[in-house]
Design a binder for this molecule. Sequence first.
Ligand code: PEP
Length: 252
Amino acid sequence: MRRPFIAGNWKMHGSRAQNAELIEGLLLGLPGQVPVDIAVCPPDVYLWEVGRLLKDSIVKLGAQTVCAESIGAFTGETSAAMLKDVGCTYVIVGHSERRTIYREDDALVARKFLAAQSQSLIPILCVGETLEEREKGQTMQVISRQLKAVLDVAAPGALQQAVVAYEPVWAIGTGKNATPEQAQEVHAHIRAEVAARDANIAARLQVLYGGSVKAGNAKEIFAMPDVDGGLIGGAALKADEFLKICAAAQAH
Ligand code: PEP
């Protein structure tokens, strides 16, 4: 019922030459149609050119963050309308690196979510606990708080046009992924929280896992019933690795 979705978060990596090579590799390895939604999220400065390279392929374009404001004197920021204008379909909001390094709190993440949807961009809302929070037994509480911040301000039905990514902070870029069982437990919790407001939307919601997913561990994580694909960081920078992860998602 739910299509798997694999999104690559390139973070602050790439160059025009490297991006062209990566996209060429991806497009060569992908048949015309696959039963998986696929997106890449390059740095803003490369969005337009990567969008041109993707042309009419099945790979969609996404951004890594968005400004909560719509227009004006916000030096260095990029609005949702601008992301839409250069061809984005998706935008990541609430990535833990934004929450931690740039001090984006739940309220700001919620405003970014609304800004994205105001321009018909599909937000990929990231939630996840730190190692300390997990060790204190606070994982579900943290996830619920992060979700509630968005659900309380978004219109009823907003998650119909959104994706949620569970990204345990301790698993991002560390090489230490959550076990499939740990991921499933949190994914089921996310779906239950959404179902408490709207069971139909919860049943259709794509919930991705992110945190050290590689070709070697993707299959077992994606086999979990509430895991609908992945948000991929490091492994999205190599075409063959990313393609293998897409194939693993397809197998489910
Ligand atoms: C991410 O940054 O969203 C991520 C999941 O990174 P990695 O796959 O490198 O852990």
